[in-house]
Structure formats: structure tokens, C-alpha cells
Design a protein around this ligand. Structure first.
Ligand code: FAD
Length: 454
């Protein structure tokens, strides 16, 4: 097994993979199209902060970076739902003291990973955009910001890891061989990032340790806290078609009127709304299904390059981080890269597809269902059932976000059974006191096997 590895992309997934490979004694190089963000030229247009959950934290711990990331984290204990009438309702994410997710600035996390990778001997080549991967000849082509082209010829059996994001060049090259295929499904909705500044004394203008959510049916606004008193807000709205949509919001008066009508409390905290709205791009969101993530031992895809997903479960980066841990674990005693990649493809792809589906489902929940009184009752019941049957009934959100030991595919299949149980148990009811706990208990015992306790 050759000890040289090449990784395309130094976003979230690439540097973490490099750190884990370097820890195993692999001589690892990363090629990244952007300039070095630590030198002051940060990329714009990407989400400014991200929700980090158990799977991501577990991976950072595994890489020895748990402590380094700590100062950047702001905990979020639940969703604070803002009604149109100004009401605020907290829906906790879980019920144990450690059941929370964390807001982390993308740039700080990225820089921390780059530093850690370099300190472990990883060579990172910035400003090197891979323009072509010729897998039959084992050649990669790069172009730098001065339009100079260079080529790398891969040693025989030297693997290339595609951590180059949703628009992956490596994936394109793999598809061109005719041995794999991919399908991208874009959402009819897009997103736009906005900001809620800190107050005059640098204070938070809304509750700090929650994810703020303004569900409005056809659209929604969310806001995640940053560690400096600001919030990053994101509007999710239809690109075109039925009103309202992004195509209708092209001038200051329309933007102002839209926010004043649908998000009046948030509007009052956004002095730069109009300029930001008209100045920031609207980002596309989609789901990516790739028929196979590897070409024997030559090339493999990880992170968004393999399984881009819509952001509504806050799991894209977490999933990419977990990919790295899974792949690294397969190196133990492996005879060849081909055997590692084949196992990775066979074992991990079903989990990625499960979280892709769950992320799509969560959009409906966040922008719509969360407003429904039956949703609140089902949430309450699911927490009660978890208290009564802690090793059998684990709320789906908790399995995805708080349990790195439960694969996504299992979270999805158990979650589907639990949803049926909750639907049946609450049909026509309005309070927890009306629930027939004996019947529900029998269902749980019969349909859900025991799991390790949290
Ligand atoms: C609005 C929004 C909110 C999100 N919120 C969350 C969240 O809360 N939690 C979460 O877990 N995930 C979230 N995500 C998803 C998360 O951003 C991605 O899953 C994550 O960035 C994927 O990491 P990656 O390294 O695989 O890809 P990327 O982060 O896209 O990194 C790819 C890297 O490859 C480089 N590159 C691309 N092409 C080339 C090339 N040809 N040559 C060389 N380099 C190249 C890019 O410059 C980039 O640095 C969100 C996404 C969006 C859009």
C-alpha cells in the first residue's frame, strides 16, 4: 500500500482526512483552489457559521482537536420559534444536560484544521485549482491564479481523495470513465445569508444559546449565534414560481415590505437588511446521489463531493467529518487501498443516503410542521417515551445529532417506526394525559430492539 496520498480540497473534509492520514504515517498533500484564508483573503458567499453536532465533535476528538475548537463554540439547546404575533416558544433539542448542538464559525474551524494539518507535516498547496483528472493516465492538471498550468503524475497505486465539494472535478473525471454515475436534485428553494449585529455594548440582541427559527410555511428564516454578539441569519425561500419568491425581491422597497410583513421582529434588528439582501448572492441547495464513491484503489470521494445534501439537518459537515473517521478505521490491517475504498463505498454510502433523505424531510418540519400543535404534542410524547424506555425509544433528532454511535441508516429506520408509533398514539388527542401509555409501551417493546444507553 503506497504511503503517499493526494487530497483535492481544503474545505471541511480535506484537512481532517489529511490529519488522520498523517497520523497513520502517510505523506499527504492537499491541493486547494482558494488562496490561503489565513493570509487574509477569506472566501465569501459560504455559510458563515455551522452547527456542529456529536458526529463532528467525535471526529474532532479523534483527531485530537476537541480542545482547540472549544473556544469557538456557542451551544444551542433548542429551537426558539418566533410566531408572526411576536410569540416565542422554545422547543428543546433534547432533555439531557449534554444534548445540544454547537454554532461554530466556518472560517475559524477551517483555519484551525489547516494549522493542525500543517503541524502534522501535511503539505497544502493553495491557489491550485484542479482543472482535469485523467484517471487512465494517472495525471492531474492544475491552474494557479496567474493562469500557469502544472501537472502531477501519480505514482502507481497512489490514491486521490476527492474532498473538493459538491462540484467535484474528481467526481466528474470518475463519471467520464463510464463506471459510475451521479444524480443531482436541486431544491426549488434557495438561501440568502444576512446578519443581525450586536447591540451598542456588543451584547446579543436575542437569546444567545438557541437556534432562532421563524417558520412561515412556504419560507423560513433562521439565525445562529456567533461568539461576538452577532447572529448569522439565513432566509430560505422559493427561487421562482408561487409568491413570495426571490425573483420578486429585487428592490429595496420589496425587500423591506417582505420582511416587515413576515419577519417584523427580526426586521427590527437588521439595520443592514436591504443592502445585504441586494448585495449577497442566493445560494442553491441540492441532494447528490453517486452510484459508487470509488474507482478501485485509485480514487475515492468524501464529504460533499460524494453526498452533498440540503442543510436542514445541519449535518453536511458533520457527515463529511464522520466519513474521515470511518475511512481511517478501515485502514487497520487493510491489504490495499482498493480494499479500503471498496469497503468504504459498501458500508458508508447507505448512511449518507439516509441523512440526505432525513435532511430533505427536515425542511418541511422546520418551515411548517413545527407550527402545528400536534408537532408539539408529539415532541413532548417522544421525550416522555425516551424517559420511560431509554434504551429503546431515542428521538430521531437525538439519534442523528447526539449519538455518534448510531449510524444514520439506523437512525432513519428506527425513526420511521417511532414516527408511526407517535402518529398512532396521538391521533385525535391534544394532551399527553390522554395518551394510552400501556398500548404505546407494547408497541415499543414489540417493534424497537434494545440499544446501548446514551
Ligand atoms: C447554507 C448552508 C448551511 C450549512 N449548515 C451546515 C451546518 O449547520 N452543519 C453542517 O454540518 N453542515 C452544514 N452545511 C453543509 C456544509 O457546508 C458542507 O457539508 C461542508 O462544507 C462540506 O465540506 P467539504 O469539505 O466536503 O466541501 P467544501 O466545504 O465545499 O470544501 C471543498 C473544498 O474544495 C475546494 N475545491 C473545489 N474545487 C476544487 C478544485 N477543482 N481544485 C482544488 N480545490 C477545489 C474548495 O475551494 C473548498 O475549499 C451547510 C451548507 C450550506 C450551504
Amino acid at each position: 500500500m503506497t504511503k503517499n496520498a493526494i487530497i483535492l480540497g481544503a474545505g471541511c473534509t480535506g484537512p481532517l482526512l489529511a490529519i488522520l492520514l498523517a497520523g497513520r504515517g502517510f505523506k499527504t498533500q492537499i491541493f486547494e483552489r482558494r488562496p490561503d484564508p489565513r493570509l487574509g483573503q477569506r472566501e465569501t458567499g459560504r455559510s458563515i457559521n455551522l452547527a456542529l453536532a456529536a458526529r463532528g465533535l467525535n471526529a474532532l476528538e479523534h483527531a485530537g482537536l476537541r480542545r482547540a475548537v472549544d473556544p469557538w463554540l456557542v451551544p444551542m439547546y433548542g429551537r426558539l420559534v418566533h410566531g408572526l404575533d411576536g410569540s416565542q416558544t422554545l422547543i428543546p433539542y433534547g432533555q439531557r444536560a449534554d444534548e445540544m448542538i454547537w454554532s461554530v464559525p466556518r472560517a475559524a474551524l477551517n483555519e484551525l484544521l489547516l494549522d493542525a494539518a500543517e503541524s502534522r507535516g501535511v503539505q497544502i498547496h493553495f491557489g491550485q485549482r484542479c482543472t482535469r483528472a485523467d484517471l487512465s493516465r494517472g495525471e492531474l492538471e492544475f491552474i494557479d491564479p496567474n493562469a500557469r498550468t502544472s501537472h502531477i503524475t501519480l505514482d502507481e497505486a497512489q490514491p486521490v481523495f476527492g474532498a473538493d465539494g459538491a462540484g467535484s472535478v474528481l467526481r466528474r473525471a470518475m463519471i467520464e470513465t463510464g463506471r459510475i454515475s451521479a444524480r443531482e436534485e436541486f431544491l426549488d428553494h434557495a438561501y440568502k445569508e444576512l446578519s443581525i449585529p450586536a447591540g451598542p455594548q456588543g451584547e446579543y440582541q436575542m437569546q444567545r444559546e438557541v437556534l432562532h427559527l421563524w417558520p412561515r410555511g412556504g419560507h423560513m428564516l433562521i439565525a445562529l449565534p456567533n461568539h461576538d454578539g452577532t447572529f448569522t441569519a439565513t432566509l430560505f425561500l422559493a427561487r421562482a414560481g408561487d409568491a413570495p419568491n426571490f425573483q420578486m425581491l429585487t428592490d429595496a422597497a420589496a425587500v423591506d415590505a417582505f420582511f416587515t410583513e413576515h419577519y417584523p421582529d427580526a426586521r427590527a434588528l437588521m439595520p443592514n437588511l436591504v443592502a445585504e439582501f441586494l448585495g449577497h448572492p442566493a445560494g442553491l441547495m441540492g441532494s447528490l446521489y453517486v452510484s459508487q464513491w470509488n474507482l478501485s484503489g485509485q480514487a475515492v470521494l468524501l464529504g460533499d463531493a460524494a453526498h452533498a445534501m440540503v442543510p436542514f439537518h445541519g449535518q453536511g459537515m458533520n457527515c463529511g467529518f464522520e466519513d474521515c473517521v470511518v475511512l481511517e478505521g478501515l485502514l487497520d490491517g487493510a491489504p490495499s487501498w482498493a480494499s479500503v475504498f471498496e469497503k468504504f463505498n459498501a458500508e458508508r454510502r447507505k448512511d449518507a443516503e439516509a441523512i440526505i433523505r432525513m435532511a430533505l424531510e427536515n425542511y418541511g418540519e422546520m418551515r411548517d410542521t413545527v407550527r402545528d400543535p400536534s408537532f408539539a404534542l408529539q415532541k413532548e410524547l417522544s421525550l416522555e417515551l425516551e424517559r420511560r424506555y431509554p434504551t429503546r425509544f431515542i428521538p430521531k433528532y437525538a439519534m442523528v445529532s447526539f449519538r455518534a454511535d448510531i449510524p444514520y441508516s439506523q437512525a432513519e429506520s428506527r425513526g420511521a417506526i417511532q414516527t408511526q408509533i407517535l402518529n398512532e398514539a396521538t391521533r385525535g388527542l391534544t394532551t399527553l394525559a390522554e395518551v394510552d401509555f400501556v398500548a404505546v409501551g407494547a408497541q415499543i417493546e414489540a417493534r424497537l430492539t434494545q440499544m446501548p444507553a446514551a
